[in-house]
Structures are given as structure tokens and as C-alpha cells.
Design a protein. Structure first.
Lengths: 100, 467
């Protein structure tokens, strides 16, 4: 099980679109992922340490070093499948590199 | 003619009698089908909306019932007239999406956006369908204050066109803030319609107080220190305790208030998510149709604003402004809102970030100066919000009559005053027509000045890029 963390303003709109898209696309590609969406303001170093991959819209300035891979997922929000494709490919690469 | 009306009544009256949630289930499903969304997906959206409406009603009931006695006691013991409960954005969005007019305003906004792209008046395709509720809210508010649908539509269109133009104006700044110029992300979000007013303050800063900028601090470090103390449930607890103590409640009641507020704030955003999901099939359907007609055109894509939420200044400013707003709310004449659900000023700080480009001291000072406008606008809108909540069945019965709900930091405060003036101008004519026209003229002129400033800024960005 790969645990992915995503975040946005209120933790309900953009981040949930990303979470839902990642879960269904990665499942289609044969990976078991669980993606959680939170308010970016509530992301702490401790919280990040419990996940395998961070999937924000754009890399955020959190005030600490993020030690897990960061995949920017903004293009998922464009609602144009061809533009989201490279993000999914990146995500798949990151998942493979975890060797879980 | 008479037979057509009685035929329509025969069909629609039993439907309307079903209540808001079933009506919106049917309407949303049908509209999604019109955009060629497959039936199960369309129906899923409709059902989710009905569930979200029902859910948000339950939480409003929980919160308002728990707080109504305490707020009445608060007013009696302190003499401070803060009797409107601030429920935050989610209930207001849900209530607005509970009105079929919102779908009408959505359709005209989609049409105007596509028309502007065809006429090369904009480079932005807005796919943030959900947030059309901010525009719809202005239209509905305008009608509540007496406008007819035609006048309200004109107001919504005017603000809508300006929002789309603004998304083009802000694009280079977004690239700068994200430190990434290879992306199509921009936003037509209502909160950036405060930019012109903020820019006036920003220019005053440039002239008189530029030395204050050297006190800018590391916003990310501040946020990290605040940690969970600034999260939704924690804020609910503080305010519950605050109101409870001020209202001389028993310790047992104070705990109940605190935990109820924490619960409600957490659940509001949970349910906010349910109904964002309910609009999802329709959003995808509209985007599919729009992109099909615009094949071959490169354009920017209008999203919800949080692609810049990674900037720590937004949250540092919101954290610092929260207690400032509470203080202002207590002493501001004409304000009747006690900050609770909207106390983290997400509807305020992103625009401050865009105009000041991250100068945190300016963000906080200008934010503190403009917050009264938000509080007044929230107070102004409270009767409308409460009325609409009752219409869609989202307001608990048995709450005292004077109890109202609204939001402290709702996007588009100036636009609410415009809606008030335009509404009264339509229904009462007289001097209101003059006031409304003057206000709209001032609104447009300020925007033109702002657009000119932004074009200067964008030219500087373009020159820097070629160097």
C-alpha cells in the first residue's frame, strides 16, 4: 500500500480532485494507493513523515525539508486527460522507485 | 397561454413541493445530461448534491441550536450586538447551490467565457465550475434586495467579465509566485476582485511606508510554529470557550459549546467536499464540450485558487489576522457577526498575496484595514443567507426569530454592496438609481486603473524574461 498525501486551500476541492484521480488511475495501472487530502496549512513535518509521496498542486513552502518524493499534480486539475498523463507517468515512476 | 401556464404548474408544482434537495437532484441530473454526461454519472452528481444539502442542514442545525442561547446571553451580558453566527463558506456554498438560479448563472457564465475566447477578449477557459456560486450569490442577493432576474443577470455578467479579464491580468504574477512559468494555471476566483482596492493601499505603502517592508518575516517558520493550534477544530474550541465565558455559561455548557463548534467546523468542510463532488460530473461535462469547440487554441485554464496555496504568506497572514478580526468584530459599529467558521480568512489573504507579491507586513496591515468591509458585507447578507437557508430547508426550526447566519470573510464584499444598491435601485428607484450608477462607475474606474497598473507590472515581467 502506497500512501500519498495531497493538499490545497481548504482541503476539500482541488486536493480531492487530485486524490480521486490518483487513486483511480494508479489502481488502473495495478498499484494499491491510498491518497489523503488535507488543508495545506495543517501539513506538518510529522504528518508528511507518515506518507510515501507528496502530491501537491505546486511544490509548497512548508518551512521544513520534505524528505519524501514530491510530484506536482496541477495538470490533473485542467480536466484535459492528455495533460494529466505525464503526471500519472511521473507518479508511477515515483511509486516504482519506492520498491514497496 | 393560460392552458400552458396551468400545464406547467401541473408539472412543476408537485416537483417544487418535494423540497429543495429532490428538486436539485432532478435539475442537476438533467443539466449534466444536456452536457452529455452519462446517465449514472449525472445521477450520481444529483444524489450527492441532495445528500450534501441534507448533511449541511444537519450541521447548521447542530451549530445554531447549540449557540443560539449562548449568543443571546452573550449579547445581554456584554452589550455587544453580535448575534449572527459565522458558519464559514461551506454552508453558504451549499445553500447557493441549492437554488436552481445558480445553474442559470452558471450557464450564462460558461457562454460568456466561450464567447470571450472566440472574440479573443480573453485567454482563459474557466473550468472551476463549482466556484460559480460566488457569482450566483451576488445575483441571488441582488434579487433578494429587489432586482428582477434581468438586472441581476446584467450585474453577474459585468462582474463575471471583469473576473475573467482579471485572470489574464494576474497570470504573470501567478507564474512569479509559483516560480514556474511553464503552466496554464490561473483563476477567475471572486476573492481577487478585491485586488483593485488592495492595490490602492499598496501604492500608498509604496509612497509613505516602504520602510515597513524590512520587517517582513519568514511566513513558513511562523506557520510551522503555530502547527495544529491554528487548525479548524482548535479554532472552534477557542471560540466556543470565548463565547461561553463571555455569556456566563456553566462549565458544562462551555465544554458543549467548544466541542460542538469544533465538530461543526470539521464537518462543514467534510460536507463541502461532498457537494464539490456532486458538481464534478457536470464540471467535466462542461469542460469536455468547451474544449471540443475550442480545439487547437492554446489557452490558460481557470482553476480554484489553491494552486498558490503553497505560498506560506497566505496562511501566516490568515493566522495573524484571525485574532485581529475578532478584535475588530467586537468594536466595529454596524457589525453583527461574531467570527467563527470564517475566521481563517481564506477569502481575503490570496488577493493580498497577489497584489503585494508576498510582502507579509503589507498583507497583514492592508488585510486588517479591509476586514471591516468583509464584516459589514457579511452582516448585510445575513438576512438573505438565513432566508435562503430556510427556503432550502437548511435552517433548524425552533431557533429564535432574530437568529441569523452568514460568513465573516466571504469573497466579494464590495460586490455585495453593489448587489444591495442595484437591487434597491430596481425596486425603489429614486436616489438609489443614482447611488447604484455612481457605485458601478467607481467600481469600473477603479478596475480600469488596476488593469493599467497590472499591465505595467506584466510588461516588466516580460522585459525581465527577455533579458
Amino acid at each position: 500500500m502506497i500512501k500519498i498525501l495531497t493538499a490545497c486551500g481548504a482541503g476539500v476541492n482541488s486536493s480531492h480532485q487530485i486524490a480521486d484521480a490518483l487513486e483511480s488511475e494508479m489502481r488502473n495501472r495495478g498499484y494499491e494507493v491510498q491518497c489523503e487530502a488535507v488543508m495545506i496549512k495543517d501539513v506538518t513535518e510529522d504528518m508528511v513523515s507518515q506518507y510515501d509521496i507528496l502530491a501537491p498542486i505546486v511544490t509548497p513552502d512548508l518551512g521544513f525539508d520534505v524528505k519524501i518524493p514530491i510530484i506536482e499534480c496541477g495538470p490533473i486539475l485542467y480536466r484535459i486527460p492528455a495533460m494529466a498523463q505525464p503526471v500519472y507517468d511521473e507518479m508511477e515512476k515515483a511509486i516504482k522507485s519506492l520498491n514497496k | 397561454m393560460g392552458s400552458i401556464i396551468s400545464f406547467a404548474n401541473a408539472i412543476f408544482n408537485p416537483l417544487i413541493a418535494l423540497g429543495a434537495a429532490p428538486v436539485m437532484l432532478i435539475v442537476l441530473t438533467i443539466i449534466a445530461l444536456c452536457f452529455r454526461v452519462k446517465f449514472p454519472r449525472a445521477l450520481e452528481g444529483g444524489i450527492r448534491l441532495a445528500i450534501a444539502l441534507t448533511g449541511i442542514s444537519a450541521i447548521i442545525g447542530l451549530l445554531v441550536t447549540a449557540f443560539s442561547t449562548a449568543l443571546t446571553a452573550f449579547v445581554q451580558s456584554t452589550g455587544i450586538q453580535l448575534s449572527i453566527t459565522d458558519v464559514g463558506w461551506a454552508p453558504l456554498a451549499t445553500i447557493t447551490w441549492g437554488s436552481p438560479y445558480t445553474l442559470f448563472f452558471l450557464l450564462i457564465m460558461v457562454v460568456i467565457n466561450v464567447a470571450m475566447i472566440f472574440l479573443k477578449r480573453t485567454n482563459t477557459l474557466d473550468v472551476d465550475i463549482f466556484n460559480v456560486w460566488h457569482s450566483a450569490f451576488i445575483g441571488l442577493l441582488c434579487m433578494f434586495f429587489g432586482a428582477n432576474l434581468f438586472i441581476a443577470t446584467l450585474l453577474v455578467l459585468m462582474i463575471g467579465v471583469m473576473k475573467i479579464i482579471n485572470s489574464d491580468l494576474m497570470k504573470p504574477t501567478f507564474n512569479d509566485l509559483m516560480r514556474n512559468s511553464n503552466n496554464p494555471m490561473t483563476t477567475t476566483h471572486m476573492n481577487f476582485m478585491m485586488n483593485p482596492a488592495i492595490m490602492v493601499f499598496d501604492k500608498i505603502f509604496d509612497l509613505i511606508f516602504p520602510w515597513l517592508d524590512k520587517f517582513d518575516f519568514d511566513a513558513a517558520k511562523l506557520n510551522q510554529k503555530i502547527g495544529f493550534w491554528g487548525s479548524k477544530f482548535a479554532i472552534g474550541i477557542y471560540l466556543g470557550v470565548f463565547i461561553g465565558i463571555m455569556a456566563h455559561q456553566s462549565p458544562k455548557d462551555i465544554f458543549t459549546l467548544a466541542f460542538t463548534a469544533g465538530t461543526a467546523l470539521e464537518l462543514f468542510s467534510q460536507i463541502g467536499n461532498w457537494f464539490i463532488k456532486s458538481v464534478e460530473p457536470l464540471s467535466q461535462g462542461i469542460s469536455n464540450v468547451a474544449t471540443k469547440y475550442l480545439k487547437g487554441r492554446q489557452f490558460n485554464i481557470g482553476l480554484d485558487w489553491p494552486f498558490i496555496a503553497g505560498r506560506a504568506e497566505i496562511w501566516a497572514a490568515a493566522n495573524v489576522l484571525a485574532p485581529i478580526m475578532l478584535g475588530e468584530a467586537l468594536i466595529l459599529p454596524g457589525n453583527h457577526l461574531l467570527p467563527l467558521g470564517g475566521i481563517i480568512a481564506m477569502g481575503v489573504t490570496p488577493a493580498l498575496l497577489v497584489v503585494t507579491r508576498g510582502k507579509i507586513i503589507r498583507m497583514i496591515i492592508i488585510g486588517a484595514l479591509e476586514l471591516p468591509v468583509f464584516l459589514w458585507a457579511g452582516t448585510l447578507a445575513a438576512p438573505f443567507v438565513t432566508h435562503t437557508a430556510k427556503v432550502v430547508g437548511a435552517f433548524p426550526a425552533g431557533v429564535p426569530k432574530g437568529q441569523l447566519i452568514s460568513q465573516t470573510t466571504m469573497e466579494g464584499p464590495i460586490e455585495k454592496f453593489l448587489a444591495y444598491l442595484v437591487g434597491h435601485a430596481t425596486s425603489q428607484a429614486g436616489m438609489y438609481v443614482v447611488y447604484a450608477l455612481l457605485a458601478i462607475a467607481a467600481y469600473i474606474l477603479l478596475f480600469i486603473w488596476y488593469a493599467f497598473q497590472m499591465k505595467k507590472r506584466n510588461k516588466a515581467y516580460a522585459e525581465a524574461a527577455t533579458k
